[in-house]
Structure formats: C-alpha cells, structure tokens
Design a protein around this ligand. Structure first.
Ligand code: NAD
Ligand code: WQD
Length: 338
C-alpha cells in the first residue's frame, strides 16, 4: 500500500518512514531539502534494506502537487510532516511560515478531497495548548492564543483539516499533537540534524557535550516547579514515529470514531531542564557545562501529556525512558561529529 510522506527526509519523517517500511508499506517521500539532506535516504536504507522512492519537490508549488497526484494516483494515505518549525524565525518571517505551513496543507487536502477515499495524518504540536491550566494536558484542554506565527500555523492547520473533513466524509484525518520529540534511531543511521545553532534543548546539550558549543544556557530557574526549571514531556522519536503508523492503520482499517480525530503524543511524564541535564551526564559519563540565565521569552512553565486517549484508542504507548532517548541522541551526535 502506497503512502506519501511529506518532509520524509526530516527528523521525525525519516524515523516514521523506517517504521512504515517495517510494517510493509511502500513509501514515497516528497521533500524540498530545505531542512534536510538527501543522504538521509542512505541512512533509511541502512536500517530497512530498502531505499524509499524520493521526489524532490516544493509543496508550495501547487501545480507540482497536482501533477504529483495525477502521476501517483494510487496513494492511499498521506503523512504530512513538511513545514517550517523554528519558533523565533516564524516571528521574524510570519508570511514565510503561513505560506509554507498553510498553503502546502491546503494543496494536499485539495488533492485528497477529490479522491474516493483518503487517509491523512497531520503533524500538530502541544504548542496549541500554550500554558495549559491543568496538568497532565488532555485533548479537550482549550487551545490558547498562539505565542508565535509557527504555533498559529498548527492551530489554523487543525481548523482547516476539521472544516475540510466536515464536508468530505470520504476523507479521514488524525492530527497528532506531539510533545517534545528527541533522540535518534538506536542504530544511529538517522537522527536530528538541526541547521545552525540549535534552538531546542536536547540538540543543544549534545552539541555542547561534543564541544561544538561552549555551554548550555538554562533559561530560568525561578519557575514554580520542584527544582525551579521548566518542565516538558520528552518523547523518543522512535516512539513518536510508531504512533504515526498506528494512527494511519486506524484510518486505513476504518477504526476511527469520527473522520477527524486529535491525539496527544507524549510519554505522560514531565521532566525539568535540570533532569534532562542529569540524564545527559548519566548516559554520557561527562559533566555538562551550563549556566542559568533568565527565562526565554514566550516559554511556558510546564507541559506534559495525558496520553490516555492514545493509549486506549490507538493502543499505543511510549516505551522509552528519558535516559534511553538521551542515550540515542548522544550516540547520534558522537557519530556525526566523528
Ligand atoms: P524537520 O525540519 O526535520 O522536517 C521537515 C521536513 O520538511 C524537512 O526535511 C524539510 O526539508 C521539509 N520541508 C519543509 N518545507 C517543505 C516544502 N515546502 N516542500 C517540501 N518539503 C518541505 O522537522 P521535524 O522536527 O521532523 O518536524 C516535522 C513536523 O512535525 C513539522 O510539521 C513540525 O512543525 C512538527 N512538529 C515538530 C516538533 C519538534 O519539536 N521537532 C514538535 C511538534 C511538531
Ligand atoms: C525545552 C525546555 C526551554 C534550550 C519548542 C517549540 C514547540 C515545539 C517543541 C514544535 C524549555 C529550555 C531550551 C536551551 C534551555 N515544536 N531550554 N536552554 O520550548 O518546549 O518547544 O519545541 O511544534 O512549538 O516552541 O522546546 O527544546 O526549545 O525547550 O534552558 O538552550 O528547555 O526554556 O524549558 P519547547 P525546547
């Protein structure tokens, strides 16, 4: 069964391709390489023994998207990862974010609504909850005013899918709200490859660990949390990738309850910045140079998922611990710098 994976050479997409291949799906990757490298195909092939079909294409080009679907008219499902994801950059270049994250989604849905049947998985984010009032966060927690254009693209993206599904019953969609993905495939054949200075905590830590960065800045220790540092739900990217496969299977097998559903994808466990640093020091056996600075603008105090819905409805559960995820991130960082 043919599945289109947009952004399939990126961090989460590449790991999902491997899990799809393991389940026997035939994968076609579309990616414009704006935030990835074609060499990721070799990493995927090293794990699965099969190089997926790759089409280099910018999904902002509507006519190219139309042509793609007329050529590949046997695609049964789409997992849509392709998007720009840097929060700070989105504040600087909002229109670039709205064009890339919204137009591409609209063009894909226009193709899918013309099909007799289609399944669609969307990369959403826990960012839609902002600072939720209650922990852990359930799917019915209110969506808060977005802190950034990036966050807004995820909220608007969900609304676009919901509205499109409401009038196209043959279109089935699931939005997965990821918490904080980290780590790499245990083989270290694929992993996270941020361009420039990493904005996210874990790649900044591992790059500091290999000596690429001088020290980590810990953004705030005056939060109302047990150790004063902010709390997030860090999920191993392989666990996250597997959630996509079960979500897709749910739609393909018509197990969905409505034709648009939303699931949190996290571990259910919150970890503070200090606990993440401790995990790194434990798995690497090295001390991490860091200093505490002020809070980062736009940061929230805590976010961790209530995963009951994904556990019961999808039959999916994250299995990796923070240390296992950190260990894989560290193995990957050391490999790419050696
Ligand atoms: P990534 O940047 O590693 O992967 C995205 C891929 O999409 C890249 O390979 C990029 O080249 C490609 N791409 C971007 N614009 C494109 C376009 N117009 N046409 C074709 N390809 C295009 O990012 P990721 O971390 O793997 O994230 C995947 C998805 O998950 C994104 O939608 C992101 O917003 C979402 N998400 C990520 C996180 C996270 O922390 N990594 C958290 C929540 C949600
Ligand atoms: C985690 C914690 C920081 C870097 C972002 C996006 C969100 C989602 C995931 C896509 C926070 C602290 C970080 C550093 C630090 N992406 N930190 N020093 O902020 O939860 O979310 O990525 O949808 O939309 O906003 O993740 O990894 O940036 O930060 O102290 O150098 O680590 O303050 O508490 P965040 P993160």
């Amino acid at each position: 069964m043919k599945i289109l994976v947009t952004g399939g050479l990126g961090f989460i997409g590449s790991h999902t391709v491997v899990e799809l291949q393991a389940k026997g799906f035939e994968v076609i990757i579309v990616d414009d390489l704006s935030n990835s490298d074609e060499a990721v195909l070799d990493g995927i092939a090293a794990i699965s023994g099969k190089k997926p079909v790759f089409v280099k294409m910018d999904l902002r080009e509507k006519s190219a998207v139309q042509k793609f679907f007329s050529t590949h008219n046997d695609i049964r499902g789409v997992i849509h990862f392709a998007a720009s994801k840097a929060v700070g950059e989105s504040v600087e270049q909002p229109l670039m974010y709205y064009e890339n994250n919204i137009n591409t989604l609209v063009y894909l849905l226009q193709e899918l609504q013309a099909k007799e049947e289609a399944s669609f998985i969307f990369s959403s984010s826990c960012t839609v909850y902002g600072q939720a009032d209650k922990m852990p966060i359930t799917e019915d927690a209110p969506v808060k005013v977005a802190e950034s254009p990036y966050g807004n693209t995820k909220q608007i993206g969900e609304e676009i899918i919901r509205d499109t599904c409401a009038v196209n019953q043959q279109l089935k969609a699931i939005a997965l709200r990821y918490f904080n993905p980290m780590g790499s495939h245990p083989s270290a054949e694929i992993g996270e490859l941020p361009k420039g200075v990493p904005q996210n905590l874990v790649p900044f830590i591992t790059q500091t660990g290999v000596g690429l960065r001088e020290e980590l800045q810990v953004f705030g220790e005056d939060y109302d949390t047990p150790d004063g540092t902010a709390i997030r739900d860090y999920i191993h990217v392989v666990d996250l990738a597997k959630a996509h496969v079960v979500a897709l299977e749910r739609l393909l097998e018509n197990q969905n309850k409505t034709n648009y559903e939303v699931f949190n994808v996290g571990t259910g466990k919150g970890s503070s910045v200090m606990e993440v640093i401790e995990s790194f020091e434990k798995v690497s056996g090295t001390k991490l140079p860091y200093k505490v600075v002020g809070r980062r603008a736009g940061d929230i105090m805590e976010a961790y998922a209530d995963t009951t819905k994904a556990n019961t409805e999808l039959g999916w559960q994250a299995v990796s611990s923070l240390d296992q995820a950190m260990s894989s991130a560290w193995k990957w960082e050391q490999k790419i710098r050696s």
